[in-house]
Design a protein around this ligand. Sequence first.
Ligand SMILES: Cc1cc2nc3c(=O)[nH]c(=O)nc-3n(C[C@H](O)[C@H](O)[C@H](O)COP(=O)(O)O)c2cc1C
Length: 305
Amino acid sequence: MFSRNLRTAVAGVVLAHPVMNASGILGYLPEHADTMASWGVSAIVSKTFTKEPRKGYDPPIVVKIGCQSLLNAVGLSNPGLDGVGGFVRSARKYGLPVIVSAGGSRPSDFVDVAVAAEEAGASGVELNLSCPHFEGGGIELGRDPAAVFSVVREVASVIRIPVLAKLGLSDRLVSSSSRALEAGARALTLINTVRAMRIDVYSLKPLLSNVYGGLSGRSIHPVAVWAVYSVYRETSADIVGVGGVFTWEDAAELVVAGARAVQVGTALIYRGPRVVQGIVRGLRSWLRAIGRSSIEEVVGAAQRS
Ligand SMILES: Cc1cc2nc3c(=O)[nH]c(=O)nc-3n(C[C@H](O)[C@H](O)[C@H](O)COP(=O)(O)O)c2cc1C
């Protein structure tokens, strides 16, 4: 019996299997890289670094809600540019590709983080153009195709490692995706959390200190499937699918919608770190069950049906 091949590649970065971690559940301290490597991911993705350090919002910043979902407004807390090198060097000792997430309000902010990532030896930079609770950056940039173009172009013209543009739900997702690719993005990461809020009807106050935040977990999985399917249909781009991946079936669904890899975030909190290995094993059995020899054969297969 021939072995089922889970190897894949995104933006030219070769991955032993399609499952990475999503940015932000952990990941700006050097020791976080050790924990992430122990999960069995095929690439290590950092939390978003910004040029200046950010304290983030006051608690509560993450709340578990129903439907195995989370509402968060962490506020992109991170140590700023000075933290990038230590994280990347720590992650690199595992021999896995390292992707640094970069955030900011102006193109030059993203460039500074991207350059620090490249200098430290990162394999790629994921531009966070989609955080739903980052004033002046995030989804406000990502829902503007012209702004997406200028951020991606500035970064892609300065670094040699591949640029991935992480976009989120908006009415202009497909055009922002196309502009990111025209500007030099080698892949798209879809999607970020979806802007949302909950209110405590006894205290009469929003659950999050920031009032609104981003919804993640199982409740956004169908949104992620739609986003990946729609963007792949229009662009045939390399896509990393993110949103509510808890099981191998969730991962497989994103792959047949058009993703070449997936990221796992909220499931790590609800199911624990073993979720990654379980998804990888399940994908291998799935290929056997459907009589396919490699994951690459089924990328976007739902587009042809
Ligand atoms: C607590 C928390 C922090 C996050 N921080 C970041 C971040 O720093 N940068 C980023 O691009 N996405 C961040 N995200 C979004 C995730 O990377 C991912 O896009 C989203 O949670 C959907 O995937 P999931 O349903 O598997 O969690 C964060 C999500 C959560 C729950």
